[in-house]
Structures are given as C-alpha cells and as structure tokens.
Design a protein around this ligand. Structure first.
Ligand SMILES: *Cc1c(COP(=O)(O)O)cnc(C)c1O
Length: 419
C-alpha cells in the first residue's frame, strides 16, 4: 500500500477509530443537498478509500502496460503487479495457491463462468441443483439459463418468517441427484448469515459440489476457503472497497483444471492452429483477453486496507451499529424490519407503513441520506415476504452512529409529510 494515511490498531474494537477511517473516504465528506452525507448503501457498492484511489492512479500513471506480453520494463512491472494482486487475494481467502484465483468482471461473471463451464461439463438432464430462497438474481438466473439449455432441475431451500435459513428443510432436498448447491453466505436483503460450513458438510456427504456467493459474506464475515472446504467461492471487488470491473472466482485447482474454457481468446491458450487449440491450466484458461489490470491492483490495495483494520474489528463495529440502529428504528411507529434472523450482518430492510420505498428513498435523499429502495435483485425473496419492495440501510466499515441518527430523523420527516 503506497499512501497509508491511517494507522489503525488491528486488535480490539475499543480502538476502532471510525473518524480516522472516514477521513480516508473522500465521498463521505461530500455535502448532499445541504446535509452531511449519510451513506447507508454499502450493500449495493462501497465507497473507496484514498489508498485505493491513489494506488490505481499510480498504476495508470507510471506502472502501466499490458500484462503477460512484453519483455519491456513497464510490461514486466504491470505483470508483477497483476500477479501480486492475485497472491494478495489468495492470502486474504487462505487459498492453497494463487492459481486458484480467477479474476472476473464481478461476482455475476464468476457465477456465470461456473454455470457455463462447470455446468456443461459436470451436469446433465435430470441432475438437481439447490439454491436458497434468499439468492440474488445473479445466483438464480444463470442456473435457469442452464436449466433451459440442458434440462437440470432447480430446488429452492426455504427460509422462515424471520429470515433464518432452514437447515432441516435444506437437508431434505439433498438426494443422490443433487450435483451442486449454490448459496449465498449473507443475504443482501435480510442480512441473514447462512451457516455455510454446515451446508458444505451436508452437501459433500451427498457428493454434491458447493458454490458460495460471497458478495456480502467476504465483506461482513470474511472467508477461509480451506477451512470452509466449498468447491467454488465468488465475490465482487466494488463491495469490498475496491473498484468496479473486477471480481473473483476461487475454485479448487483440480476441479478448475477439469473444466473447459468458458470464453476463448488471447492469453488462455497453449497453442493455436486452425485445426486444434490447446488451453493453459487455471487461472489462465479462464482469463481470455486483456484482464482488468489496474482494477486488480486496486482490489489488492482495498484488501490491504481492510486487512490493516482487521475483518473481526470491522464485523464487531458493524454489529454494534446494527444493535444501535435496531433500537433507534424501534422508536419509529409503523416501521417494520424485514429480516430478523438470529445471526445477521449489518443490513436492515424495512417498510414504513404503506409508504412506497421509492418515496422513502427520494425524500430522505433530500436530507442527505442514501439508502437502496426496490427489490434488491431478489424478487423471489420479496414475494416470500409479500412485499414488492423495501428500503434498505446497509453498513460499511466507515458507517457511524450519526449516519443512523440522520436516517432516523429523515424517516420521521417522511412520516410528517405523509401525515
Ligand atoms: C451485489 C450482489 C451480487 C452481484 O454483484 P455484482 O457485482 O453486481 O456482480 C450477487 N450476490 C449478492 C449476494 C450481492 O449482494
């Protein structure tokens, strides 16, 4: 990391210096419609610290060329940066080797990669896959496309009214036809933390593979892929305080090397003739074309940033905000929280009487508060709770109590307007 302007102790949550952290994020000191910026939409995309912005700026200004091609100095430097970023990601997830880390465009692209490549090689008509009722469209639609192409069946593991994942019901769905379980680690709508280690164990007992959508999980919980022992884990850079345009697919190396390429092009081949082409091993075989070079460098800087603060400290901070927000929101009459699982991350979806969530979002924006309003790319889950849309506040490592106070004031203002 080049521009470390913050020194943070990684040990206890009492030393968590949220003011110093906020000073690293230029977007948080913006004034929005005459109010301080209360950014409560990190679940959709997180703001970026100076450490990431400056690292990417430097990579473009003085370390830039295409990778894996030239013998010249800058190309070597760019290649080293790109491959070092892969190693940083591997360490962050505790992967066995950086070869298990494939850079993609985002988590959506990572899941589509698995659906196409693994799906067409390992699945056939009549096979079953299990997803959960909480999935983001990114972990539903790729499987439906595959179902329509090759005739697999999709089973859905339910949640209860509070948003808890029902392990017993999931277990009942497992059978010898189950080939893959694709499930989120943390719900982007309900905040539910799914006991994924137990899911992996039960699925493996049936010889099924497991893919974890870690888009929210890596941010709020982190992951140790060797301890978890899933087969695939996917996440997206922009929710982890990194840039857009980069995501990660981790997979077990022997499995990745049994999977055919998903896209063809430069950098992924061993040898090409018009009659026959042979492919390189993972990760190269899944990275056709010029990769997101500077985005990878930015993601590594974001991971360094998060690692200095410490994922456990961040989670503790977000949990204390969650408790604070739950108490404060409970004072607003007519406010209902959707998703009260026993174990949840810093994500709160809510309804305010029968006021439409888009109206809530628009009115509180006039008071500087940013929340997401809508179906959150999880329409089946909205149907499950009988709502068309919710407003959602989600916390990041820089969120603070003032953000929540400002939200509560703004919601009271919404109530005044609707009388
Ligand atoms: C945001 C999100 C996605 C999609 O992320 P992209 O960066 O748009 O690919 C998928 N799953 C979950 C749980 C998410 O929160």
């Amino acid at each position: 990391m080049t521009a470390a302007t913050t020194v943070l102790k990684p040990d206890t949550s009492s030393s968590y210096d949220v003011a110093a952290i906020r000073a690293d994020f230029p977007a948080l000191s913006l004034e929005i419609n005459g109010y301080p910026h209360a950014f409560l939409d990190s679940g959709a995309s997180a703001q970026k610290p100076n450490q990431v912005l400056e690292r990417m700026d430097q990579a473009y200004r003085s370390e830039y060329a295409n990778v894996h091609r030239g013998a010249y100095t800058l190309s070597q430097l760019a290649t080293d940066n790109y491959e070092n970023a892969r190693s940083t990601v591997a360490k962050f997830m505790n992967a066995k080797t950086p070869d298990e880390i494939i850079f993609t465009r985002n988590v959506t692209a990572a899941i589509n990669l698995v659906a196409h490549s693994y799906g067409r090689e390992f699945l056939s008509a009549g096979d079953e896959i299990i997803i959960s009722h909480m999935e983001h469209h990114a972990n539903i639609v790729p499987w439906q496309l595959l179902r329509d192409a090759i005739g697999i069946e999709i089973k859905v593991a339910p949640v209860d009214d509070a948003g808890n994942f029902l392990m017993d019901e999931f277990e009942k769905l497992l059978n010898p036809k189950t080939k893959l379980v694709a499930i989120t680690q943390v719900s982007n709508v309900l905040g539910t933390i799914v006991p994924i280690k137990e899911v992996v164990r039960l699925a493996h007992d049936q010889d099924a593979h497991v893919l974890i959508d870690g888009a929210q999980g890596i941010v709020h919980e982190g992951v140790d892929v060797q301890d978890l022992d899933a087969d695939f884990y996917a996440f997206t850079g922009h929710k982890l305080y990194g840039p857009t345009g980069i995501g990660v697919l981790w997979g077990k190396l022997d499995l990745l090397n049994k999977m055919p390429p998903y896209q063809g092009g430069g950098d992924m081949i061993e040898n090409v003739t018009f009659e026959k082409t042979t492919y390189r091993d993972a990760p190269a075989r899944f990275e056709a074309g010029t990769p997101p070079i500077v985005e990878a460098v930015g993601l590594a800087a974001a991971i360094d940033y998060v690692s200095i603060i410490g994922l456990t400290n961040i989670a503790a901070h977000e949990q204390s905000l969650l408790a604070y927000a739950n108490d404060k929101l409970a004072t607003i009459e007519g406010l209902t929280i959707i998703g009260q699982a026993d174990n949840k991350a810093g994500i709160i979806s809510f309804m305010l009487g029968d006021i439409h969530s888009h109206d809530i979002g628009t009115i509180i924006d006039a008071r500087g508060v940013a929340v997401r309003a809508g179906h959150h790319c999880a329409q089946p889950l909205m149907d499950r709770y009988g709502v068309a849309a919710t407003a959602r506040a989600s916390f990041g490592l820089y969120s603070n109590k003032s953000d929540i106070d400002q939200l509560v004031d703004a919601l009271n203002y919404v109530k005044e307007i609707f009388g």
